[in-house]
Design a binder for this molecule. Sequence first.
Ligand code: KG4
Ligand code: ZN
Length: 334
Amino acid sequence: MYVLGIETSCDETGVAIYHSEHGLCHHLLYSQVDMHSEYGGVVPELASRDHIRKLVPLIKQCLQESQLASSAINGIAYTAGPGLMGALLVGAATARSLAWAWQVPAIAVHHMEGHLLAPMLEENPPEFPFVALLISGGHTLLVQVEGIGRYQLLGESLDDAAGEAFDKTAKMLGLGYPGGPRLSALAEQGTPQIKFPRPMTDRPGLDFSFSGLKTFTMNTFNASGKTEQDKADIAAAFQQAVAETLSIKCKRALQQTGLKRLVIAGGVSANKQIRASLTQMVAKENAQLYFPRLEFCTDNGAMIAYAGCQRLMAGQQQGLEIYARPRWPISELN
Ligand code: KG4
Ligand code: ZN
């Protein structure tokens, strides 16, 4: 079965074709980063309009480069949420209309389920069950995964998501947008001089909170000489604090569930120091760490095509409505 996947939840237009037996055929991504960077962050209305411009040409290109006719497509998967309403609607309306025209089923995919399953596109995919740490711009979730659609939420962020904390801290340091990768690059030039807090690690539980760390960083920055070296050192201390906090919580989640496989996914899982710190932790726990290739950590169409294909093969499909849900708790998928 060939499934066309469409991702438009935020600032990337992603399109992919996945085959149930042969795997990923092709994927294309158009990033709106340059457009939004002028404004220092994502402008929702501009995002929607750009998805409108880019989506259909990208679908055509994807079919052409895969040497597939539209009649070869057996189903269409689209991100229905969570995300920006306008942006989601572009993908949902396009997917639903194409599915109607091509007389194939459409399936609404949860964006975070897409991230969660992205490591399945790799050569050595994790077997179920596993613990997943999903760290993106909008979410920080620790999930116990028994199988596709069988997710138990173990912990989540009570305020800022990990990516949001990176983005806001980067903005504060004057690094602009996109903040995460810029802050991470700057951190490599610095050394942590001050120990930043590891929030919520001194009490039991698997929830996260990053907004206090953000404030601590701001106060440290304001009290510093604000030189380039100060900025780099602060970036390094911030990144180290996030990496270590995530590592402590993941270790706890592995111990609590007795599981030996940890999956990390979502944009922040592209962060080198976070990967290194989790790699060290799992080695001590005799566990295995799985993550997607770098381009599938951040938003992409491939993960949506994969997740949609699994659900379509399980006999699920959406009705004729254009389904978009900006807020959609992952626990509702069960
Ligand atoms: O998964 P994603 O592409 O979109 C959402 O679903 O939100 O994640 C984007 C987030 C942004 O906050 C971005 O700053 C962060 O991932 N990010 C990073 C890195 N690359 C992307 N954060 C830290 N280090 C990175 N290397
Ligand atoms: Zn995402």
